[in-house]
Every structure is written in structure tokens, then in C-alpha cells.
Design a protein around this ligand. Structure first.
Ligand code: CUA
Length: 322
């Protein structure tokens, strides 16, 4: 597209880019046109109604009702149209497709760390396949950062103490900028990187390269090392809740409320377990705040997501043919 030759415009390389650009251009055209009309009116009217003889004074005039209605109704319709178009693009950007590939990002002063579910880790570089939705779950180890992919037209703040997400679907292979878009200290401007968009086969090849085992496997090792399994047994006899199958479920809390066991809840429950104690359990779990890094949290949560409920029931016998 012509716009890529225009240096103010980053390349458009994602499924939402054309909608964001379309909305942006429409707003520029609309506001530009209105500004020009106002300027023209200012000059024209200033000259036409300039004061001539010293004794000539303007006479007040009531504008016709039809004219007043026009300048109330027409802008209202225009503003509503802007709202509808904006909301439409907003929901396109916010709604994560369910088949998205999961990637985790941790921001810190001053670098971006990425983790893939297969266990690969990278810093300031992110490899993703083309034409596939990619969901990034983000946390910060220190201050507020903002993960920005200009070519994909998506950006979201990365906050300490909670997970936030963004997603994109790259439509072109190649190398595109990653920026931090929130001032985060001395080297904020150096908190940059590259996203490498690859053909799916290339991406598979890249994934097959060395890793320390999948995120869930790494999480399982931590789960053992931190002795989580002592209390979180896989049957109802443990001192802590059974974790298998908990993800995405409603968890009744000791204070009568309930909460959905999403990434943010799991994260909080590891770092600060007494914040939301599950109903029927004592607040005896030690806090892991300061002991588990953001990257380890991602590993632990990945493992919890893969835990299977214990099956004490033997599988049904296959009838045998005589
Ligand atoms: Cu991180 Cu600016």
C-alpha cells in the first residue's frame, strides 16, 4: 500500500491494521475538512461583516429554527457514527480469538522477556507464526511498561501485580519493531526489540530448537521444588484445594464471595494466598511474594493448567469378541 512509503506511517502487518488505519484516516479527513471550513468561514465572515462607518452597529438576529436543528442533528449523527466505528474496531482488537497461540511477556527495566509454552525463552526478540492469532499475557517485574507493536497497531500497558493481555494476527512475514510505549526510566528508549513473523513451517523448525522442556514441565519441577504438592494433593485429603481442573472454574471463597480461577487469581493466590482463601480451607499457605519470579509464576500457572483430576475409576472393560 502507498502508506508504507509515507515515513509517518509504520507498515501495516496485522489483521486489525487496516481497520485502525481506516478509522484514523476517516477522523483526520473529517476533522481536517471541518477545520478548513471553520477557517474559511472565519475569514469570509470577518471581511463580509467588518465594521464600516463608526456608527454602524450589528443587529441581533435569531437564526431560523431549521438551521439550529441542522447543526444539532448533523453533528450528533456524525459523532454517533464515530462512536459506532470506534467501538467496532475496539472490540475487534479486544476480543481474543479462542484458538490463539499463547505467549508470555515479562517487562522489566529495560528489556522484554518472552516465554513460549513449549519452553523457549527469548529477550527483546519474539518469534511468531504468520496468519495465526497470538495472545500475549503480560506482567511487569517493576514499573509500568507498555508493549507496542506499531506494525500490528496494538499496544497495551504492562503492569506490576497483575496480568494483562493483547493479541494480534500477523499478516506478513518479516521483522517488525517492538517498543515500550510508557516512560519507565532512564533507558526507556532502549527498551526495544523485534518481532520475527515466520512461515508456519519455519516457526515449527524454530520451536524444535533447544528448550528446557515445556513451560508446564518447568512448572511441574518448580511445583515439586517449592513443595506445593505437600498440601495441594490430587485428592480431597490435602490441606489445600485440589488444583486439577480448577482453571476457569468458579471458586467459592471463605468470605462468601466467589471468583473465577483465571491467571490473575492463580497468580495472586501464589504470591499472597490470604487475599482470597477458598471456602473450607484455612489461611495457612505461606506467601511466595518475593520468592517466585514473574517467569516462574508463568511456569507454575502453565503447570496448573495441565493438571488432570485423579481418576480412581478403572476404565470400562472393552467387551471381547469370542
Ligand atoms: Cu519500559 Cu518504557
Amino acid at each position: 500500500m502507498m502508506l508504507s512509503d509515507f515515513p509517518l506511517f509504520p507498515e501495516a502487518a496485522s489483521s486489525v491494521a487496516k481497520y485502525v488505519d481506516g478509522l484514523y484516516l476517516a477522523l483526520i479527513l473529517l476533522t481536517g475538512t471541518v477545520s478548513l471550513l471553520i477557517w474559511a468561514a472565519i475569514f469570509y465572515l470577518a471581511i463580509k461583516y467588518r465594521r464600516r462607518p463608526d456608527n454602524e452597529l450589528a443587529q441581533e438576529q435569531e437564526p431560523p429554527a431549521a438551521l439550529e436543528m441542522t447543526w444539532i442533528v448533523v453533528p450528533t449523527i456524525i459523532f454517533l457514527a464515530i462512536f459506532v466505528a470506534g467501538a467496532w474496531v475496539y472490540f475487534r482488537i479486544q476480543r481474543v480469538p479462542t484458538n490463539a497461540l499463547e505467549v508470555y511477556a515479562t517487562g522489566r527495566q529495560w528489556m522484554w522477556k518472552f516465554q513460549h509454552t513449549t519452553g523457549q525463552r527469548e529477550i527483546n526478540t519474539l518469534h511468531v507464526p504468520v496468519n495465526r492469532p497470538v495472545k500475549i499475557t503480560m506482567a511487569s517485574e517493576d514499573v509500568i511498561h507498555s508493549l507496542w507493536f506499531p506494525a500490528f497497531r496494538v499496544k497495551n500497558d504492562v503492569l506490576p501485580n497483575r496480568y494483562r493481555t493483547l493479541w494480534f494476527q500477523a499478516t506478513k512475514t518479516g521483522r517488525f519493531h517492538i517498543f515500550c510505549a510508557e516512560y519507565c526510566g532512564t533507558l526507556h528508549s532502549g527498551m526495544i526489540g523485534w518481532v520475527e513473523v515466520m512461515e508456519p513451517t519455519e516457526y515449527q523448525k524454530w520451536l524444535a530448537g533447544g528448550s528446557e522442556g515445556s513451560l508446564a514441565t518447568q512448572g511441574e519441577q518448580l511445583f515439586q521444588k517449592l513443595a506445593c504438592a505437600t498440601c495441594h494433593t490430587n485428592d480431597a485429603t490435602g490441606r489445600g484445594p485440589v488444583l486439577a481442573g480448577i482453571v476457569g472454574k468458579q471458586v467459592p471463597l471463605a468470605d462468601g464471595h466467589s471468583v473465577i480461577a483465571d491467571d490473575n487469581y492463580l497468580r495472586e493466590s501464589i504470591l499472597n494466598p490470604t487475599a482470597k482463601v477458598a471456602a473450607g480451607f484455612q489461611p495457612i499457605m505461606p506467601a511466595f511474594q518475593g520468592q517466585v519470579s514473574e517467569e516462574d509464576l508463568i511456569r507454575l500457572i502453565a503447570f496448573v493448567k495441565t493438571m488432570q483430576p485423579a481418576t480412581n475409576v478403572a476404565p470400562p472393560q472393552q467387551p471381547r469378541n469370542p
